[in-house]
Ligand binder design. Structure first.
Ligand SMILES: Cc1ncc(COP(=O)(O)O)c(C=O)c1O
Length: 261
């Protein structure tokens, strides 16, 4: 049975009493009123496929085409979106171990077959291409890594990521790099792996100015294997109706989920 929620992450996000809770990348809430008088601030506009000025600003910041920018509710939402876009149930995915728990849970929820490769204690938790090469199979569709690595914070150099890209290319797979903490490299911040080749599908920047939850995912569009959609809607009746209508016009509705507020 597919896993539909992550008990551990729910606990870590809502019950942890740690002073610095790393289970969420969000910036703490802060009332605008406390910033003092502000210049006119417009945050509304055409939002059919994301707020265009925001997408443009992100694209400029990352040096990518605005069409490659998709905004998402949080990095985990972005990861889920990327997995749901790239994978079919039963697809094989290779993910580092140890890994951020929710990446594994999200992969399970889309029905991926999960294989692991080690980032070893003796190897200083470095990303070792040889271990990826040994673990990859002709069936691997996606390699998933974090940079900086969660939990060790180890930075993977561009040269190593390129090697991972070449390994992925050899079997026609892609590489998802969760870069939520990359901007925590404050000096000589490396550029996103988005620029390293067509295999690299995701850039997830930690944007200190963005409100909690407004993380960003950039996805190089994969060739379409039929339209699969995920409806996100608080009202269950509205969501069900949308699914029915979209199915009637020929789309495959992946799943319908509700999250407790
Ligand atoms: C690697 C990684 N990805 C995703 C997240 C979750 O980020 P968000 O709170 O934006 O969903 C975290 C948690 O901080 C993380 O460490």
């Amino acid at each position: 049975m597919r896993r539909k929620q992550s008990e551990y992450m729910h606990w870590a996000k809502t019950q942890s009493r740690a002073r610095f809770n790393l289970a969420t990348s969000g910036v703490g809430a802060f009332p605008l009123a406390e910033l003092g008088p502000l210049p006119p601030l417009e945050i509304n506009g055409d939002n059919s496929y994301g707020y265009a000025p925001l997408k443009r600003a992100i694209a400029d910041h990352c040096g990518v085409d605005p069409d490659c920018v998709v905004t998402a509710p949080g990095t985990s939402g972005a990861n889920y979106l990327a997995f749901a876009t790239l994978l079919e149930a039963g697809d094989e995915v290779l993910i580092e171990h140890p890994a951020y728990g929710l990446l594994v849970d999200a992969l399970e929820s889309v029905g991926a077959v999960i294989q692991r490769f080690e980032r070893t204690h003796d190897g200083g938790y470095a990303l070792e291409p040889e271990l990826v090469r040994r673990a990859i199979t002709p069936k691997t569709q996606l390699i998933v890594v974090t940079n900086l690595h969660n939990p060790s914070s180890v930075l993977t150099p561009e040269s190593v990521l390129r090697e991972i890209g070449e390994i992925a290319r050899s079997v026609g797979a892609r590489v998802l790099v969760d870069e939520v903490y990359l901007d925590a490299v404050y000096e000589n911040t490396p550029r996103s792996s988005f620029h390293l080749g067509a295999e690299f599908v995701v850039r997830l920047p930690l944007d200190a100015q963005a409100p909690a939850g407004a993380r960003v995912v950039s996805v190089v569009r994969p060739p379409l294997r039929g339209r699969r959609m995920l409806v996100i809607e608080d009202d269950e009746d509205v969501a069900s109706a949308m699914c029915v209508v979209l199915e009637m016009v020929g789309h495959a509705m992946n799943e319908l989920r509700r999250y407790a507020a």
